[in-house]
Design a protein around this ligand. Sequence first.
Ligand code: NAI
Ligand code: MG
Length: 540
Amino acid sequence: MAARRLSSLLSLSYSSSSAAAATSLCSLGRLSRLQRGINSFSTSAAIDEPIKPSIQIDHTQLLINGKFVNSASGKTFPTYDPRTGEEIAHVAEGDAEDIDRAVAAARKAFDEGPWPKMTAYERSRIMLRFADLLEKHTEEVATLETWDNGKPYEQAANIEIPKVVRMFRYYAGWADKIHGLTMPADREYHVQTLHEPYGVTGLIIPWNFPLLLYSWKVGPALACGNTVVLKTSEQTPLSALYVSKLFHEAGLPPGVLNVISGFGPTAGAALCSHMNVDKLSFTGSSATGKVVLGMASSSNLKPVTLELGGKSPFIVCKDADVDKAVDLAHFALFFNQGQCCCAGSRTFVHESVYDEFVEKAKARALKRAVGDPFKKGTEQGPQIDNAQFQKILKYIRSGIEGGATLETGGEQLGSTGYYIKPTVFSNVKDDMLIATDEIFGPVQSILKFKDLDEVIQRANATSYGLAAGVFTQSLETANTLTRALRVGTVWINCYDIFDAAIPFGGFKMSGHGREKGIYGLSSYLQIKAVVSPLKNPAWL
Ligand code: NAI
Ligand code: MG
């Protein structure tokens, strides 16, 4: 792709000091400052003619054994621009035969090398070179991500892609620090453990954070010496193909990382059921997670890491600074068009500050800048596709019909594409669908509570257990809630902090296992115990 500067292509200029802003975007101080800067836009602004990203899309085939190839069937499918619903490109449609070819390539690259036979230092250096290349191509990659997904370009370029780069550097750093232990035995034996790669890993990612989730899975899988067959989401196939090409330019040997575009029930299912895949990692809905687990168990019992849905509570206690709580609760729910597995989608507010909170939450939602994601200052773009758009509107209707108070929003913005006005409901009851189901959209449900025991019980009364936000000035309250909440992550006076070293995963039906950090490595490693007799040992 021509290395033309996108800012000029888009006739826009973006802040270049992205990384620093990105790492701390989520911390409250910076968040407020950033939000003040972008609040000059409002939802009442019309959706203009879409800004045309004038980059070429060069990679639409499947990536198997280091080469871009057509699907065995020759079939393709369109990927759409959520701003208009129009086609962006046609992409090769992978199915069982293509998964077979990709698994065979990954198997060969694992069994015969070179990947697991390379020194860990060499693997690490390839990953670092890839991170450098990716960083250099941030603008192109962020443009693809925005075009295919609808997320604001500034967020993609300043937050997500830097986090992807960081994740690969983090796991490159681990590659040569993975090793087993030597342990004492009760008799005269030498005992040690080897931490070995599984072999061929099957990775399935969704559309809400295509490249971020690519990095959470591909990073540790490769650092541990596994080879990969990645199935991208049918809604967002473009960015993974582009960056995987860069990975090969960085020196990745053929067959180590294979990328298949295609649909869940065909390509996805073939990967989950494959007898020659040794390990699966899946991110998506809990419903599909169950199906994935079933296919893994009925084929070769391959182990599965599952990163699934959520209905995370965000708890605003009576001592909270209401203005700050409103800002953070807004961010916790509306970030990424509300399409976050860990969205703070049940905003529990103490009765003593409830009315003030609702008033201010409504005012904040009204100021949210919704519009073309390529436009500078846009906070919220369109939803991913028509199905999600319709699903969200259906939940909004159910909220209204169920008796919740619609404070603002509740409908499409404009008439083209999948934009939804930031929506706030108050007087939400625990049994309403907007309080029980993962909406995956810009819909904030505000519930009232009286005391801590009650809010703990209600926050935990869900089959999900991904994350929770706690907003309080009291250390005691924070500690009480932290231990009582049955979730994989508790953010205290902050939200969506996703550093590479912080583990992420769910309790209950939000998933199995952890990704990121040192914990994320263990799901890509087998532990082998090695025992041998000792003759007249000097010590035991
Ligand atoms: P999904 O869970 O069906 O799709 C996620 C990935 O799984 C995609 O790559 C898809 O192709 C694949 N997949 C689907 N069916 C499969 C199968 N039978 N075997 C193997 N792979 C399969 O999610 P979808 O349909 O895109 O969105 C529906 C809802 O799921 C959303 O409204 C949201 O509530 C939730 N969701 C949650 C995500 C999260 O990050 N936890 C991400 C995406 C969706
Ligand atoms: Mg798309």
